[in-house]
Design a binder for this molecule. Structure first.
Ligand code: G3I
Length: 305
């Protein structure tokens, strides 16, 4: 019952049959890595560029995969035309229209949405964003209500990083989710991004997932990758495999864990080298699409269940 997914950017999908074939056969779920970010969806006010996202959704449907939509409300990757100078009312209307437009378009075709992404700071306070500054903390509940109204059947997630262990941020997120649910806000799940490193396995992941599940929400591993410090060695790949396996084990150990998603599956398309200097090789397959020890570890772990 646990979905096994990968993020996919989608560009060049049809030009790379070897990549598409693995994407379509190894996974039964897919997250839109970039195509559903606001900046990419609505480059000009009111002018939507759907083809990138449509193409991924159609690919997923052709391959019997469920789609995890990423992401409706994020402080990053905003279109330039959304101006911080606008009055609060205008900002609120634009945000509401965006959420409604996107969720309605894919109504019944996206099983889960990252409704809000990365709304907390490391210390657990709400992140200083345009949304918080202009609309106050209520924007989070509003976003969930708008999304729910547009597709009552979609599972609605709050997604973040740095919450895999029992950090202050994780504690704060747990409290936030509890409060939202107490107020009747339709939050169905919490996404644990899990951008990890080969030499830092998360501590207490299983216990942490469990305490979220205990408040009645689903949990999901949403963006797993395990970066390796270059140069890559067989020993590092072995330790990387152990981290991948540990995260899968934790998900399988918690009944509320509904999906396990890697943030891309090949080193040739990973975001890591561009953002983490000196690191790479974070995925299950190398740049030539050869499975790495991490892939074999996951297959082995799944075969035990
Ligand atoms: O669109 C241009 C393209 O036209 C150009 O050819 C290319 C050349 O560099 O850049 C293109 O866009 C880049 C895009 O990735 C596609 O590769 C953007 O500049 C770049 O910022 C973008 O990075 C993405 C990043 O989010 C920011 O949106 C990564 O692929 C994506 O993996 C990463 O994903 C985030 C999640 O959304 C949230 N959690 C953290 C995670 C990792 O940062």
């Amino acid at each position: 019952g646990v979905r096994i997914g990968s993020a996919a950017d989608g560009r060049g999908l049809s030009l790379d049959p070897a990549y598409s074939s693995l994407l379509g056969t190894e996974f039964n779920a897919m997250t839109t890595e970039n195509a559903m970010k606001w900046r990419n969806l609505e480059p000009l006010p009111g002018v939507y560029a759907w083809p990138g996202a449509d193409q991924l959704v159609e690919f997923a449907e052709r391959h019997g995969q469920e789609v995890y939509g990423h992401t409706l409300v994020w402080h990053s990757d905003m279109p330039k035309w959304v101006s911080p100078e606008w009055p609060a009312e205008r900002i609120r209307t634009e945000l509401r229209d965006h959420v409604t437009e996107v969720v309605s378009r894919y109504r019944g075709r996206v099983w889960a949405w990252d409704v809000v992404n990365e709304v907390l700071d490391e210390d657990g306070s709400l992140r200083e964003t345009l949304w918080l500054r202009k609309l106050g903390p209520g924007y989070i509940a509003d976003a969930f209500r708008w999304a729910h109204a547009a597709d009552p059947g979609a599972r609605l997630f709050i997604n973040d990083y740095g919450i895999e262990g029992r950090t202050r941020k994780a504690d704060a997120l747990l409290a936030l989710v509890r409060d939202l649910r107490r107020d009747g806000v339709p939050v169905d799940g919490v996404g644990f991004q899990s951008h990890l490193a080969w030499d830092e396995p998360p501590r207490e992941l299983t216990r942490n997932l469990r305490r979220f599940a205990d408040v009645g929400v689903s949990v999901a591993i949403t963006e797993l990758d395990v970066r390796v410090e270059l140069p890559v060695t067989p020993e590092k790949l072995k330790r990387q495999a152990a981290v991948y396996r540990q995260v899968l084990k934790s998900c399988l150990a918690v009944p509320g864990c509904v999906s396990f998603t890697v943030w891309g599956f090949t080193d040739s398309r990973s975001w890591i080298p561009g953002y983490h200097r000196g690191y790479g090789a974070a995925c299950l397959f190398d740049a030539d699409l050869t499975p790495k020890p991490a892939y074999l570890a996951l297959v082995d772990e799944l075969s035990r269940h």
